[in-house]
Design a protein around this ligand. Structure first.
Ligand code: NAP
Length: 253
């Protein structure tokens, strides 16, 4: 299968890329840094014997997403794993006045999917990466932008994950995609020991000692994304294993 992975140079993304390469898939690393992408591509080629493709995608910037889509115009994909994500501590706006965490985790992940979905082969799949924080917004009417006065690091991240999960649920019930047997699933990795857990605060050092050792490993989270990709089912959230909890459930709106 030919699979595009966004955020491929991140902690979980790299593990997803390696796992898929080890299964013999053709992978395309979606990266915002060409240098990091090339280092990872070299590493994967060295270990698995096949060099992955690289496409530069900066999800903070809609025009970069369009360029990435043009760059991939000759490619037929079998799947996309939308793994890239941020949890910004500061309120950052793009040139059009859209907040960055929402741009990366929702608006431009959605844009990328919409630009590429027609190029996914029938029987293919799209995976979105959600988070348990989406439950912060159980019933509220949701805005897909946030003013500075309402911004909060976790709160905005949670909103972005709620919106992308809701989007996944909506396209999972799209009749055209169902006719093409394109499966739409989410992966909820759980709490994973990655740079994303750092809050840039004084208590990070305590967290590193007392909390990180109990978090899941990025390789465990990667398996969850790959389960979501390989499942014959559509419209599910796949969860990282935590004791005897259920490992998948229907996508919630
Ligand atoms: N860690 C957790 O506990 C946890 C829990 C629930 C969900 N998640 C989700 O899991 C996914 C992977 O996160 P992670 O934990 O592996 O964190 P990470 O190591 O920080 O990886 C995040 C990835 O996203 C990429 N990224 C960030 N901003 C981007 C942008 N503007 N354009 C393109 N790519 C961008 C990063 O690129 P660079 O490599 O260039 O930095 C990196 O590759 C995210 O969607 C996250 O929300 C994580």
């Amino acid at each position: 299968m030919k699979i595009l992975i966004t955020g491929a140079t991140g902690a979980i993304g790299k593990e997803i890329a390696c796992l898929l390469a080890s299964k013999g898939h053709d992978i395309i690393l979606g990266c915002r840094s060409k240098k990091k992408g090339e280092i990872l591509a070299e590493e994967i080629e060295f270990i698995y014997g096949k060099r992955p493709g690289i496409v530069i995608i900066d999800l903070s910037d809609a025009s970069s997403v369009s360029r990435a889509s043009n760059h991939l115009s000759g490619e037929c994909l079998d799947a996309i794993i939308n793994n890239a994500g941020v949890m910004n501590g500061k309120y950052i706006l793009d040139g059009d006045g859209h907040e960055d965490t929402l741009n990366v985790n929702y608006h431009n992940t959605r844009l990328l999917t919409e630009l590429l979905i027609d190029r996914i082969n029938d029987g293919g799949a799209v995976v979105f990466t959600t988070s348990a924080t989406r439950r912060w917004y159980p019933f509220q009417r949701l805005n897909d932008d946030i003013p500075e006065s309402k911004f909060g690091r976790l709160k905005t991240y949670a909103l972005s994950k709620k919106l992308i999960t809701r989007y996944a649920a909506a396209i999972a019930s799209d009749k055209d995609l169902q006719k093409r047997s394109i499966r739409i699933n989410c992966a909820d990795p759980g709490v994973v020991d990655t740079p994303m857990l750092s809050m840039g605060r004084w208590f990070d050092r305590l967290t590193d000692i007392f909390f990180r050792p109990f978090c899941l490993k990025p390789s465990t989270a990667a398996k969850t994304s790959v389960r979501a990709l390989e499942s014959p089912k559509s419209g599910y959230i796949f969860l990282s294993p935590l004791g005897k909890t259920r490992n998948k459930k229907k996508l919630d709106l």
